[in-house]
Design a protein around this ligand. Structure first.
Ligand code: NAP
Length: 326
């Protein structure tokens, strides 16, 4: 029997790599669309065995080109997303609102079995964030255009290839003091990337009654607790200083001038809201897939590279201790 095909947009990113591996190991073929095959092709193609993966270079708004891919697809997964608006055309509205509508329409036209879209947790609440507003409008567009859609709303997604735990460990390693926005009290339920891709695979293989699912990890941690775990893992002591909002806004304005801003004013507004399950929608636990992986245990597996000594900081290379014993 011919393997079913899953069309993935945004497959070169963090979640995409885990997803390609999960789906192809389970005998699905994937077609991955990227904006730049020269830059991303090698990374994408090494995530699956030859024969299971096709890579197509396209601008996501090249409708004619991407429509052809739908005629071969059984499922579509949208992982395209941005954290800040930078270049011309790269606006929240284009990426999070208009593009998902195009995908939903094409899914309907070509009668796909399922469209899975990755949105974000807390977007109903974060009413003053442009990111959240655009994601919410995108969800509405999808549900209006293709009834066989499932929207996943994850809390922070972490893994060895994220821009979250790895970036924070780098910053904590370099800065003597670290700012705590909103006193570090904002709550998160970090979910490991492989727990999230298990959910996506479950929906593809078994379906889902729920159209919106909140995807959360097994524990609730405040921003301050997350930083303390990371500091402990990299064996560093840093002063965590609550930042007045006016100073936080000023620093965000400055960061926005950088090509890849660490923090924008819009992200600062988002950080005001807890990023935890709301009780209004089903969660991954409700559909029988509670997250298994804890933040501290997983980050521990790669955090040693941020300690003094890097790979030599692990117990295995504790030369000093061995000498003491002999
Ligand atoms: N990571 C998290 O903590 C988190 C939490 C909640 C929700 N989400 C959502 O989950 C989705 C995937 O997240 P991720 O962490 O895997 O993101 P990521 O690593 O940043 O990857 C996003 C992908 O989107 C594509 N992309 C970005 N800008 C694009 C543009 N202007 N046009 C076309 N494609 C573009 C890129 O693909 P190419 O460069 O190959 O074209 C990239 O591979 C996003 O929608 C994000 O908002 C993530």
């Amino acid at each position: 029997m011919k393997a079913k095909n899953c069309l993935i947009f945004g497959g070169s990113g963090q979640i995409g790599s885990f997803l390609i591996r999960k789906l192809t190991k389970n005998d699905l073929r994937v077609t991955v669309v990227t904006r730049n095959i020269h830059q991303k092709g090698l990374k994408i193609k090494t995530q699956a065995n030859a024969g299971y993966i096709d890579i197509v270079e396209a601008n996501i708004f090249e409708e004619k080109k991407i429509e052809k891919l739908f005629s071969e697809a059984d499922y579509c997964v949208n992982l395209v997303g941005i954290l800040y608006e930078k270049r011309k055309g790269n606006t929240f509205k284009n990426i999070h609102t208009i593009f998902p509508k195009l995908l939903a329409k094409l899914c309907k036209k070509h009668n796909l079995e399922k469209f899975i879209h990755i949105s974000a947790l807390g977007i109903n609440e974060a009413i003053d964030s442009k990111y959240a507003i655009s994601k919410l409008a995108g969800e509405k567009n999808i549900l209006e255009n293709f009834s066989k859609s499932v929207i996943l709303r994850p809390s922070i997604v972490f893994s060895n290839s994220d821009n979250f735990s790895t970036q924070f460990m780098t910053l904590l390693g370099r800065l003597p003091i670290f700012p705590l926005y909103y006193s570090g009290k904002t709550k998160f339920m970090p979910i490991h990337c492989s727990d999230l891709t298990d959910i996506i695979y479950h929906i593809i293989s078994k379906g889902s009654d729920a159209q919106i699912i909140e995807c959360v990890g097994p524990e609730t941690l405040t921003f301050k607790e997350i930083l303390e775990i990371l500091l402990n893992l990299i064996n560093k002591k840093r002063l965590l200083v609550p930042f007045p909002l006016s100073m936080a806004k000023l620093s965000a304005k400055f960061f926005e001038l950088l090509p890849n801003p660490l923090l924008t004013e819009d992200q600062l507004r988002l950080l005001k809201y807890d990023n935890i399950s709301t009780g209004k929608y089903k969660t991954n636990s409700d559909i029988g897939l509670p997250s298994k992986l804890y933040f501290k245990d997983e980050v521990k597996k790669y955090s040693y590279m941020w300690r003094d000594g890097g790979e030599f900081s692990t117990e295995k290379y504790n030369f000093g201790d061995k000498e003491k014993k002999s």
